[in-house]
Design a protein around this ligand. Structure first.
Ligand SMILES: Cc1cc2nc3c(=O)[nH]c(=O)nc-3n(C[C@H](O)[C@H](O)[C@H](O)COP(=O)(O)OP(=O)(O)OC[C@H]3O[C@@H](n4cnc5c(N)ncnc54)[C@H](O)[C@@H]3O)c2cc1C
Length: 385
């Protein structure tokens, strides 16, 4: 039995239906995705077939409302699924993050009826990938410094500017692009538009290779003209779009929990078979304590993520709870995966062995979806207000 499968603790706080979703996601992730996780990283290919498997199982549409073809699930449902994907295959977890995360929830919460009907059913079916792009060369953590500009021109909107570090731009059919509606300073002029792949004036750079295996892309908009029906959020919408990101923070944190759990499961198996110093590795107290420390940290982090996600229900999680869960889970996964690599010794450094990949995967969490430094700023702001 792996630590993940200890029944009572693992099911704490879940409904029967959520426990089933979790078990289904785990089975698919372990049986179908884990064996090829390194292959997806090495080829850099988008895991379309894994997305199809998730769509057929009804898991990919967990965040899409039922009337648009999805399962109408909660944030906790999405977190449970992504934790399992994170424990098995980072590339697949990152591929599914958009469909389970902020992109889809933002369209479902703020989109027009026509936008929801046009875009959401294909997302739930795994046929259309939706990317989100806010980061710019000079606007990362300081996102309100973004300069990509949208100007209304008759029935159209014309977009000019550039974005960087966009995930999944090679395969996305739809992009949620954060724009500035005027040059006024601050967040008030910031909103978002929907731009479809192939729109004239919209170009995507070649992929930039990354530590995690998935490529990242730069986007350029030169007099890119879209119909005004593609406006998702007008001026004064930035706060609403940021609220949506609180959900993304929970999901990013749940992937971190999954990565840590996957690494821990690998270590538990390894120490039962590797002999050193006249006994199994698992007989040495120094090793056992590392495993115990991992267990304590993983379980605590999972509960914070579940709390933040569960408290949100169908709306968005709270800024404070999401930030607390994210900082803790991201940093916990770095500590756990580092200990696991140490437990594997020299074998931990070897590609075919599992430890090194978990350590690399864990490094994403504190970079995406708002860094721990920015989350700490938000936590302290809440405490001191
Ligand atoms: C794998 C991956 C996928 C991504 N996918 C997307 C995507 O799909 N769409 C998208 O829009 N973006 C994406 N990003 C970009 C990501 O959102 C940014 O990298 C992140 O917001 C940080 O911005 P930055 O890289 O410009 O770092 P910077 O803002 O330049 O920060 C650099 C460092 O300084 C710290 N720092 C910055 N400001 C402060 C402060 N006020 N106080 C203390 N410390 C501070 C940061 O925490 C960080 O450690 C992705 C990034 C990665 C790694």
């Amino acid at each position: 039995m792996t630590t993940e499968e200890i029944p009572v603790l693992a099911q704490f706080g879940l409904t029967g239906e959520q426990a089933e979703i979790r078990a289904l996601a785990r089975k698919i992730a372990q049986d179908r995705f884990k064996p090829r996780s390194l292959e997806w990283e090495e080829t850099g290919k988008f895991p379309w077939e894994n997305m199809e498997i998730l769509a057929k199982a009804g898991l990919l549409g967990a965040s899409v409302p039922e009337e648009y073809g999805g399962a109408g699930g909660t944030w906790l449902d999405a977190a449970l699924i992504l934790e399992q994907l994170g424990s098995a295959c980072y590339v697949t977890a990152m591929a599914a993050l958009g469909e389970l995360g902020v992109q889809i929830r933002a369209i479902a919460a703020y989109g027009t009826e026509e936008q929801k009907r046009r875009f959401l059913p294909d997302v739930a079916a795994g046929k259309r990938i939706c990317a989100v792009s806010m980061t710019e060369a000079d606007a990362g953590s300081d996102i309100w410094a973004m300069r990509t500009k949208a100007v209304v021109d008759g029935d159209d909107v014309v977009v000019n500017g550039g974005k960087v570090l966009c995930s999944r731009a090679d395969v996305a059919g739809l992009f949620i692009v954060y724009v500035r509606w005027s040059d006024d300073p601050g967040t008030r002029p910031i909103g978002a538009v929907l731009i479809e792949r192939g729109t004239p004036g919209f170009t995507i750079s070649p992929g930039r290779k990354t530590l995690g295996g998935e490529d990242l892309y730069d986007l350029t908009f030169e007099n890119c003209r879209i119909p005004s029906s593609n406006v998702l959020v007008r001026e004064d919408g930035f706060r609403r779009m940021l609220t949506a990101f609180n959900g993304q923070r929970c999901l990013n944190a749940s992937i971190s929990v999954g990565i840590a759990q996957g690494a821990q499961d690998a270590a538990v198996e390894y120490v039962k078979t590797r002999s050193q110093g006249g006994g199994l590795l698992g007989d040495h107290q120094g090793i056992r304590w590392m495993l115990a420390d991992n267990e304590v940290e993983i379980q605590a982090a999972r509960q914070l993520v579940w709390r933040a996600a569960a408290n949100a229900a169908q709306a968005f999680p709270s800024r404070h709870e999401a930030a607390v869960a994210k900082v803790n889970a991201n940093e916990m996964a770095l500590r756990v995966t580092d200990r696991v690599l140490q437990i594997f010794g020299g074998n931990g450094w070897v590609k075919e062995m599992p430890a090194e990949r978990y350590l690399r995967w864990a490094r994403y969490g504190p970079l995406g979806g708002g860094t721990p430094q920015i989350q700490r700023n938000a936590i302290a702001r809440e405490l001191l207000k």
